[in-house]
Design a protein around this ligand. Structure first.
Ligand code: ADP
Ligand code: MG
Ligand code: ZN
Length: 631
């Protein structure tokens, strides 16, 4: 679509340039022939002199202006002159008669003149724009009728802004979105909610017959990359209706006043093509709460008001459904969310284990895979990854296969690409000194041992000390065996202890601290803070909510809503929780320091070890194996 529009725009501009050149040339050739042959202005005295010389062939007298035009000479020698008659020169007529000039008096036909004037000045413009219009139509036809009329670069042509520009909403015929529910893996609940909308779009009359009102709008809410845009397209594809999509940011980028016009135009197009879907992506950019803050934005508010008016204005028996997507639902203006507008909210969450496996398999269909690749294992390694991340992993794996000169993607390619997407590309240029490598190896082993000893399961699928471009010097990948949605206080404490394990190992073995634990500390503190502020897991505050959640889907934290004194107490409480985890980690590692040495040196040598290798060494019965709780 974008490409086609670009091509179209380019050929339009070419056409306009050629047409303008052609017209200018034509005008300078033709018009002087009619209007401005070399006429010399002369004085009345000169005129009288020419009469006396009897050199005048033809005289024309314009009765309305008193202008006299006359010619001298004949054939190629003909010259034309112009002058204005001297008032009340009564002898002129007889003088002319005597000179033998051919006399004509003219009463100008003013209407004919006007037409000529209009023709000369406006015909070129008519030809210019008529041609542009025809060309545009032809181009549109040639492209399978899938584009709305030409947008003159948002008024960049100086054609009076809104005149020719359309809303810029890209219309793609339903069939052309080429996406159906089959292309969206997982997300079963979201699909179920959208099923009703599909049904409504297919048979709006059935709903009208009963008098049921189908939702006008539905809001797809969820973190970035979970497939909101994809789902909206799939609804259009399933119902085989046109899909008009516009992104919130497109409204805002425009000149003042254009946003509202664009909304009006978008809905006008939609009404013509109903039943159809209108999709507003990133609606939070226009739909933010209208407030009195200093940086409130008039343009945005106008656009939002227009949107609200339009959503009330259309008759949805025809079957127009407005879908919108956002990852910041809490910032939306409440007016948008009231019944009759976006009253339905469809959560699009990060995929769970089976969802991730399904998404991986779906995208793997597009690339050549070696048989027997274990997607389940990959899915287990990627908790928290979005659909977009997973699609990216498959693509990275394919790129890697090409780099390696293979024709099929293998399990290693995928595993390597998981690391790439999660932790950044392997960094070849950072060469760690042998000592640094040793520190990193102890650090990572520390995490792994604390994790394993606490719950007795194989906690890590992989430990590596190969530096990543993201800046991580190594990482310990925690695999989730099965998903669970409730986390106990004990489990949170264990997580904090695991995060402290890296630093604890450094302290224990080398007796100094390094910068390598910054990220761990941040994460551990975040967990502790959530326990105190949101989850009611602290001794002091119990179930009192201390904060308000911000930007849930963008991973934003909480905003404390307590007095200053309490805030200090919260900080103390958080600090205590982290310290507790730190002590647990120190104790665990002290108890298992022989295993810590052994595994760290093994890791330092091999750089990457699997979870199985790790567990084999840890549980080998040599008198040092930790007593582990039964999983
Ligand atoms: P969002 O709009 O929620 O930010 P998108 O719909 O743009 O996310 O998703 C980006 C890409 O991620 C899609 O084009 C698709 O390739 C992939 N993707 C995301 N979720 C899924 C899913 N559930 N099934 C298949 N592919 C998905
Ligand atoms: Mg999107
Ligand atoms: Zn660490």
């Amino acid at each position: 679509m974008e490409m086609n529009n670009d091509k179209k725009r380019r050929s339009m501009i070419m056409y306009l340039i050629i047409a303008i050149i052609a017209l200018v040339t034509l005008r300078s050739y033709l018009v002087p022939g009619i209007m401005e042959t070399q006429i010399h202005d002369v004085s009345y005295t000169q005129f009288l002199k020419d009469i006396d010389d009897k050199s005048i062939e033809k005289v024309t007298y314009d009765t309305s202006t008193g202008e006299i035009t006359y010619t001298t000479g004949s054939g190629t020698d003909t010259k034309e002159f112009r002058t204005v008659a001297w008032p009340n020169d009564e002898e002129l007529v007889s003088k002319l008669e005597n000179s033998g000039a051919d006399m004509t008096a003219e009463i100008p036909d003013s209407s004919a003149n006007m037409w000529l004037y209009l023709l000369i000045n406006f015909l070129p413009l008519i030809v210019l724009f008529g041609g542009a219009w025809l060309l545009n139509r032809r181009l549109t036809k040639a492209m399978g009728d899938d584009a709305p009329s030409m947008n003159f670069g948002g008024g960049g042509f100086g054609l009076g802004g809104g005149g020719l520009g359309r809303s810029g909403a890209k219309e793609v015929k339903g069939e052309d979105t080429g996406v159906t529910f089959k292309d969206v893996a997982g997300q079963d609940e979201a699909k179920e909610s959208l099923e009703e909308i599909v049904n409504f779009l297919e048979h709006p009359d059935k709903y009208a017959a009963i008098g049921a009102r189908c939702p006008r709008g539905a809001l797809l809410v969820g973190p970035p990359g979970t497939g909101k845009t994809l789902l909206a397209k799939a609804v259009a594809g399933e119902a085989e209706v046109p899909f008009f999509s516009i992104s919130g940011s497109e409204f805002v980028e425009m000149f003042v006043g254009r946003g509202a016009a664009k909304v009006r135009d978008l809905f006008k197009q939609a009404k013509e093509k109903a039943p159809c879907i209108v999709f507003i992506d990133e609606i939070d950019t226009v739909g933010k709460k209208r407030d009195t803050s200093i940086n409130s934005n008039d343009e945005r508010e106008q656009t939002l008001n227009q949107l609200l008016a339009e959503m009330d204005g259309f008759d949805n028996h025809k079957g127009i459904v407005v879908l919108a997507a956002t990852n910041r639902p809490e910032s939306l203006d409440p007016a948008l969310l009231r019944p009759g507008r976006f009253d339905r909210r469809i959560p699009v969450e990060l995929p769970d284990l089976s969802g991730r496996e399904a998404i991986l398999k779906l995208h793997a269909n597009d690339v050549k895979m070696e048989p027997g690749v274990d997607f389940g294992a990959v899915a287990r390694q990627t908790p928290g990854a979005s659909g977009a991340d997973l699609a990216n992993m498959i693509n990275e794996a394919a790129l890697r296969a090409v780099r390696m000169g293979r024709s099929r993607v293998s399990q290693t390619d995928i595993e390597e690409s998981v690391d790439t997407v999660i932790a950044g590309e392997k960094k070849k240029s950072t060469v760690l000194s042998e000592h640094e490598k040793e520190v990193v190896a102890y650090h990572e082993t520390g995490h792994a041992i604390v994790a394993a000893v606490q719950d007795g399961r194989m906690p890590v699928s992989k430990i590596t000390i190969v530096p990543r471009t993201s800046g991580a010097l190594g990482f310990t990948m925690q695999a989730e065996e099965d998903e669970h949605y409730l986390t106990t206080r004990e489990e949170y404490k264990q997580r904090i202890a695991v995060l402290c394990g890296g630093r604890a190992a450094e302290e224990l073995i080398f007796g100094h601290m390094t910068s390598g634990a910054a990220n761990d500390i941040e994460k551990a503190t975040k967990i502790a803070r959530a326990m105190v502020e949101q989850l009611g897991m602290s001794d002091t505050f119990g179930m009192m909510a201390l904060g308000q959640t911000r930007n849930k889907y963008l991973g934003g934290g909480t905003e404390l809503t307590v007095s200053e004194g309490t805030a200090q107490q919260v900080d103390r409480e958080v600090q205590q929780l982290v310290e507790e985890g730190h002590q647990t980690a120190l104790k665990t590692l002290r108890d298992n320091r022989f295993k810590l040495h052994e595994i760290a040196h093994y890791l330092q040598k091999k750089e990457t070890i699997t979870g199985e290798e790790f567990m084999r060494i840890l549980t080998r019965d040599d008198g040092f194996a930790p007593k582990m709780p039964q999983a």
